[in-house]
Design a protein around this ligand. Structure first.
Ligand SMILES: [Zn+2]
Length: 405
């Protein structure tokens, strides 16, 4: 029994226009023409994709610009101001701000994201409790992974470890560390791995967020990944200092990352905003060199990171915008390179989160329509999304704009 037929749909890697049928929450048919006694939705030549993916975002500290002092932006000031704001945030406040971002992400075609949630003596479990509720309340449209996160360090704040345990016991999907905020980065990394092993979860680190090649925790992360046999389950976010290294050094580290099975995520909006501020001219871009890493076999992706806070005073949780920004800053122009950028906020980013998706018969009917002929063009033009379905149920619609001559 067919529930819906999408008509005139473009699909990646399949020339021509297609019909797609949904039944009981799954894709039940893909053919040039499907005749079924069911409602029809004209895709009008839009490209059908599995939905955008934001593999690194902070729902708990979004939309706090109005309560932060922003006269001299820097990483240190961002950490300080955000810490102050979170100490004063209750569950309802976190929930309301996170809901704004979740709804924006859904309307931008994102149906899978990984959010970090800070648990520490300032935030207690309030942020976590709010985001667990968000995860449940928006499950109709978006799959949210929660990473219990030690933003302010671990060895310097021993109470945080018990809160991470509590979050993992109460349903956090994975655990995350922030080595650059801990006076003892190696012990920090080891403790996060110990928690991950205890609860059988993946790990995700904020690491090497500077332009100083000499300040590198990545070797310790590579060693820990190998020691714990954790290849394929480790993500390194930021790693901006790779942009300050000579190509041969990047190549050596890239091979080590590929061998160890560590994925790298660039956060262009934040990295561009906070890095290179000391330059009085020709400021460096300070973005992890994803194209070079990818060519060495490293799993790479791009994320939003922050929305409207001292780390990133911009944003609308639009994953495709991050791919477009990354492509622009990284000087990418070839269709294959742009298609790779699409993958960094698409199925590639999903794989990094342990989700393997495909638009094939029998798979979940999770689909987003974007107004572009192909993925590379979508990145170039920041193509608008038009509609989305999750498990066969339509979750949003965004009609095209209309000129009134
Ligand atoms: Zn982050």
């Amino acid at each position: 029994m067919t529930d819906l037929v999408l008509t005139r749909l473009r699909l990646p890697d399949r020339p021509g226009l297609w019909d797609m049928a949904f039944a009981q929450g799954r894709i039940s048919g893909i053919a040039p023409q499907i005749d079924a006694d069911a409602p029809r939705h004209d895709a009008a030549g839009c490209l059908g994709i599995g939905g955008f993916v934001d593999p690194h975002i902070h729902l708990d500290k979004a939309h706090i610009l109005d309560r932060c002092e922003m006269s001299e932006p820097s990483l240190a000031a961002a950490v300080r101001e955000t810490a102050r704001a979170k100490a004063g945030a209750d569950v309802a406040d976190v929930y309301a701000r996170a809901a704004r971002v979740a709804e924006s992400a859904i309307l931008n075609g994102t149906n899978l994201l990984r959010t970090f949630v800070e648990v520490d003596p300032r935030a207690g479990m309030r942020g976590f409790d709010a985001i667990m509720q968000i995860k449940q309340d928006y499950a109709w449209a978006i799959d949210i992974q929660i990473c219990a996160f030690a933003q302010e360090g671990l060895t310097n704040e021993p109470q945080t470890e018990a809160l991470l345990v509590q979050a993992l016991e109460q349903g956090a999907d994975l655990v995350g560390g922030c080595s650059y905020r801990d006076p003892d980065p190696e012990t920090h990394i080891d403790r996060v791995f110990a928690l991950a092993r205890r609860f059988g979860t993946d790990v995700d680190f904020h690491i090497d967020f500077s332009l100083d090649p000499g300040m590198a925790d990545l070797p310790a992360l590579i060693a820990a990944t190998q020691t714990h046999g954790y290849g394929g389950r480790v993500v390194a976010g930021h790693v901006t200092n790779l942009s300050a290294m000579p190509p041969e050094e990047v190549a050596r580290i890239g091979r080590d990352l590929a061998d160890a099975g560590i994925a790298v995520i660039a956060l262009p909006a934040t990295d561009l905003f906070l890095m290179g501020r000391e330059a009085d001219r020709l400021p460096p871009r300070g973005l992890a060199p994803l194209a070079a890493l990818r060519s060495l076999g490293v799993h790479v992706a791009v994320g939003t990171n922050n929305v409207m806070n001292p780390f990133t005073p911009y944003g609308d949780a639009n994953a495709l915008r991050m791919a477009n920004l990354y492509a622009n800053v990284a000087h990418l122009a070839a269709p294959d390179d742009l298609a790779a950028c699409f993958d960094m906020v698409g199925d590639g980013a999903a794989r990094l989160m342990g989700r393997h998706r495909s638009l094939a018969v029998g798979q979940p009917a999770d689909l987003v329509l974007i107004d572009a002929p192909d993925q590379a063009t979508a990145v170039r033009t920041l193509a608008p999304v038009r509609a989305g379905w999750r498990a066969g149920r339509q979750t949003f619609v965004k009609p095209a704009g209309q000129l009134l001559r």
